[in-house]
Structure formats: C-alpha cells, structure tokens
Ligand binder design. Structure first.
Ligand code: PMP
Length: 384
C-alpha cells in the first residue's frame, strides 16, 4: 500500500532503516551537532524564554547586570577546565569568534607605520584568516600567507607581524605554538577537553574562544576574546562598537543559560558526554584506517589532561586524511568517487593530497561516513 511517511535523506525501505546505496556521506562542514543529544537530555533546564517587553534597551540596566554575570560564568568555565588564565584579563564578546578574529588583526596592526603589518598563519590553516584579512583590506594590515615560507624569504628581519596560532589546529588537531615570535592571535576554538588533553592554562596576550565548539551552539553566534593589554582591549572593543554597537542581549541571555548548565558538576557531565562521543568516533575511525595503506590519518600522541586527571589521546574535531598513492594527488576526488564529501587540502593552503573530514556532525552523518570509509578500504583490500 501507500507508504505512511517519507524517509529522511539517505534512508529507504518500509521502515526507513536501510541506507540508500548511492547516498554520499557529507563530512565537509564543521557544524558541531554531536552535542545535540546532551542538550536534549537537558532540554528544560537549558531553555530560554524572553517576554516581548524584556531587554529592549541597547544597554543600561540589562546590559550591565547580565553581561557581567555572563563574564563571570565564562571565567568560571575557564577556571574549572583549566584551559586559560582569565584573572586580571579583559573579556570582549563577539558575533561568533569569527568577528573577533578580524577585530584582533585590526587591534594588533600598527597604525602609524608606513607599511602594513604582515598577517600570517602556518599551513595547513583555517581559510577564514586569509579570506577575512583580504576582504577587510586595510592600509594597516595585509595577508602574507604561510609563516614558514615568510621566515625563509624575510631577509629584512621585518618583525611587524600578526601571527594566527590555532591550537588545536583546524584541520589537523596539532597543538601549535608561535613560530615567528611577533604578535600573536591564539585561536583556541578547539581547546576544550573533548578535543584535546588540557595540559595547562593558556596564558597568551590575546586568546579567542567560541561557544560553537564548546557547547555546540554554532548558530547562536557567540565568541569571546581574553586580552592582557588594556590598549589592545580598547581597540577590540572599539571595533565591536563601531561594527555593531555590541552583541545581541538575547544571544547573551541564551549563552548565560547554557553556561550555567555546562558548569554544573564542575563541567564533568558535559565534557564526559562530549569526550566519550569523540573518543568512540576516533576509535572506530582509527580501526578503519588501520586496515588501509592507501589512506592515512594524522598521528595522535597521548598527553596528560589536567581536567580529567588522566593521560589521554586527543580526539580532534577533524580527520586529516592523506592519499598515499603517488598518482592519487587529488584526494578529494578519490573520496568523492567513494561517495564521501570532504574539504580539500588547498582550502587550508595545503596540498590536495590531503582532505579534511568532519567528525563533529550528527551520529547519522558519522555512521554514514564510517560506512562509506569501510567500503572504500575493503575495496582496497579485495585487490581492486
Ligand atoms: N576558528 C576556528 C579554528 C574554527 O574552526 C572556527 C569554526 N569552524 C572558528 C574560528 C569560527 O567559529 P565561530 O565564528 O562559530 O565562533
């Protein structure tokens, strides 16, 4: 007879339980939906309701009390996790951490030098650094590309640099440190216990964090900068004021509610949930790649995690896959032929022999990814 309802995208059959054979696994985007089940389990406690008359003002009373409360919870979160020093530091909120990345470039660039400051990052790096710095084209800064090639070409010893240090790195999960020794923007989007062992509190001059990869609420668009120097703080704050007169109070209220939940039990419930999920995904993924010589993924090294008080392997948000066969230099195309969508290495200014696969999407997305990878590797082992 008639089907009762339609199946979701990739599923077929009477009870929608079979995967449709041609359906591609989409591991391209870094949307952190893997945290959704935690928030479903805490649905009532994490809900926010805002009356129509409430918090209408640009600032005034609402602003001060709530934003100060939110700052308090952000500092509390850092002190529970032990991932950043926030005592005596300034905080600035941004629309996602994305907005703060350019605010930081602006704040660290020299204003009255005759030549623009050089903005750099180490390959492979997150593509927005380049896209943003070029888009917000300014007399005060310019994107200069890769730190390593700049180092070897820089005979003039020009140290007017602003270096993006992404730690852990997107795409490969490496805990990076500065290579140029000039001004730095530490992008700590992934510096949370579910992605990496927390070896100690980060203590850099300018550090940027995001709610997106902490609680998974990427759509809320909320990030914060932790800043040591008062002048830099004032410049970042000025950027935010000029750009948008501050961050949505509705957003701040939601973030406050989420963080209040997240710090409960000293963060153990949320980080155990998130870590266990990432560890399970990495165990299954590693097991598939261990049967392959055609594909490899990044090596992981155990470190002591102060938060979990245990030595653990990192469980990065992304697998950084390499196609090992000489002739397979376009790894994205190789995976695409195996019905897997990833993000090609060239997007990270690296070689297309590499592809990034996202491991932080929904469970369905991950299951499909693992199935397609298993098929690809078994093809290799059956001699095809
Ligand atoms: N930095 C890094 C390294 C990222 O991977 C991302 C998101 N993919 C961001 C910053 C920006 O995140 P958001 O604007 O959601 O805070």
């Amino acid at each position: 007879g008639e089907p009762i309802c339609e199946c979701y995208d990739c599923y077929v059959g009477a009870d929608c339980a079979e995967l449709s054979p041609g359906c591609a696994a989409d591991a391209n985007s870094g949307d952190p939906i893997f945290m959704e089940p935690f928030w479903m389990q805490n649905a009532a406690d994490s809900a926010v309701v805002i009356s129509g008359w409430h918090r209408m003002s640009y600032r005034y009373a609402d602003y001060t009390t709530m934003s100060i409360e939110l700052e308090k919870y952000i500092r509390k979160m850092h002190s529970i996790v032990g991932n950043a020093v926030t005592e005596g530091r300034y905080l600035v909120f941004g629309i996602g951490s994305t907005q703060l990345l350019n605010a930081a470039v602006y704040a660290l660039s020299s204003e009255n030098s005759s030549t623009p400051s050089n903005v750099l990052a180490s390959i492979p790096f997150y593509s927005i650094y380049k896209a943003q710095t070029m888009f917000f084209n300014s007399e005060n800064f310019q994107f200069e590309g890769d730190t390593n090639s700049w180092q070897s070409n820089n005979s003039t010893n020009n140290m007017d640099v602003v270096e993006f240090v992404t730690s852990p790195n997107n795409p490969d999960g490496e805990l990076k440190t500065s290579v140029l020794g000039g001004k730095t923007i530490y992008d700590h989007a992934y510096f949370w216990p579910h992605f990496t062992p927390i070896t100690g509190p980060s203590d850099h001059d300018l550090m940027i964090f995001t709610l997106s990869k902490l609680t998974g609420h990427a759509g809320t668009r909320f990030g914060w900068a932790v800043i040591k120097d008062k002048d830099v703080y004032e410049k970042v704050l000025n950027y935010i004021s000029v750009a948008d007169l501050g961050i949505s109070k509705d957003t701040q209220l939601r973030v406050l509610k989420l963080l209040k939940k997240a710090v409960e039990g000293d963060g153990k419930p949320i980080f155990e949930f998130a870590y266990n999920k990432m560890r399970d995904r990495w165990e299954r993924l590693s097991s598939v790649f261990s049967k392959s010589t055609r594909f490899s993924i990044q090596q992981r090294h155990p470190l002591h995690c102060n938060f979990f008080n245990e030595t653990r392997l990192p469980s990065p948000a992304y697998a950084w896959v390499k196609c090992e066969r000489e002739e397979e230099s376009d790894c994205g195309a190789v995976l695409e032929a195996g019905n897997i969508k990833g993000r090609s290495g060239s997007i990270f200014s690296a070689k297309d022999r590499y592809v990034r696969l996202s491991l932080i999407k929904s469970q369905d997305d991950f299951e499909l990814l693992l199935q397609r990878l298993t098929e690809l590797v078994s093809l290799e082992n059956s001699g095809v």
